[in-house]
Write a protein that binds this ligand. Sequence first.
Ligand SMILES: Cc1cc2nc3c(=O)[nH]c(=O)nc-3n(C[C@H](O)[C@H](O)[C@H](O)COP(=O)(O)OP(=O)(O)OC[C@H]3O[C@@H](n4cnc5c(N)ncnc54)[C@H](O)[C@@H]3O)c2cc1C
Length: 398
Amino acid sequence: MDFNLDDRQQMLVESVRRFVRSEITPGILHREREDAFPWDIIRKIWNMGIMNLTVPPSVGGNGVDILTSALIIRELACGDAGIATSAMCNDLANAVIAFHGNPEQQERFLGPFVAAPLLASFCLTEPGAGSDNSAMTTFIRKEENGSYRLNGTKCFITNASFAAQFTVFCKLEKPAGRFLSCVIVPVPEAPGEGDGKAPEQRVIDLPGGGRVTVGKPEDKLGIRLSNTASVTFEDVIVRPDQVIGDRRLGFSYIVDVLDYARPMVAAIALGTARRALDLTLAYTRERKQFGSRICDLPVARETLVAMWKKTELAELALLKAAAKIQEQASDRGLYASLAKNTAAEAALYCSAEGLHLHGGYGFTNDYEIAKLARDAHILDIYEGVREVQHMIMGREIV
Ligand SMILES: Cc1cc2nc3c(=O)[nH]c(=O)nc-3n(C[C@H](O)[C@H](O)[C@H](O)COP(=O)(O)OP(=O)(O)OC[C@H]3O[C@@H](n4cnc5c(N)ncnc54)[C@H](O)[C@@H]3O)c2cc1C
């Protein structure tokens, strides 16, 4: 394995790092308090060509490989895990189309994202189907005219209040059906930038028939700059050309997307862990107690070393997962889970211990470390909770 970045990767990492330092880090705590969706940042990220990383060059995308995508997401997450989550979930929704859509579907459903800074939602989770997504009940049923009718409710959907398109996983024919399908539901209008406040409710009557209702945005502990809401599909008419790939292979498409998604979550967690370590090093180099810098007190030094080790090991796990996925190795799922799990642990550990090393100051919302500690929890939950990653790793190694 070669750990050296090529010139393009190095250039991208440096330009995202500069962007984060100048545009995201300076006002991040103020932005979080304002509770407005950071449209201005999303637009700038889109202008830089680092949104929609999975869109292939054939439809005008940048065709960025998974390692480069992970490096970009990691750098964005050093600025804010919520912004990185919005960008990453946009990509998840579009990845299914990029991986399994035919050329016409790619042109039709990915083209608009190349032309304008639009947002997409990846709709998998349901109120009764979280870790066990096979328990989902949202379904499509074929009509006599060959179209399908989509009904069901998804929850915790990132970007939903602003999305121009929904990628929806659903059962085929009946709520308890054996097969899963994946369908694309574009909607005619998406709320523009405005003041960034998400609508309390969004009701969209579709020209082709049916209604999409997006619920009240969730009031979350962390990643507050990402938008999360429920989405209900009522009698939505889905034409056969909105069904991605084989209508019975949705489950294998989920596995493909999660193999891509888990390293991306690992990248967000790694960015969070690294930011926590950097802030804590800076703070403990400045602050003196017992006549010496906190970073020179032996027990505190031990904690700093433990934080650094977890961050470095998470980075190694991420690089290995990216290499495995790039070469389509048969054990790529195992390494995707390892990367996600290791990096989530690093983010939780570094933000909690970093907060502790900031003492009482870390417990106030004036210090970014408190925000990182709140953000870190989701990294151990979405795209598969810790126990699910352990289940996958256990199954694979045994
Ligand atoms: C901010 C945010 C953004 C999200 N974005 C999206 C999105 O864009 N699209 C989307 O589809 N979903 C999204 N999700 C949903 C997320 O992926 C789910 O919340 C997650 O998969 C867990 O499902 P659940 O919440 O139903 O928890 P549950 O599955 O009910 O699990 C609850 C707890 O039970 C335990 N548990 C579960 N399974 C096992 C097991 N096998 N063994 C042992 N213990 C277990 C774990 O401790 C777990 O934390 C998002 C969630 C949040 C909070």
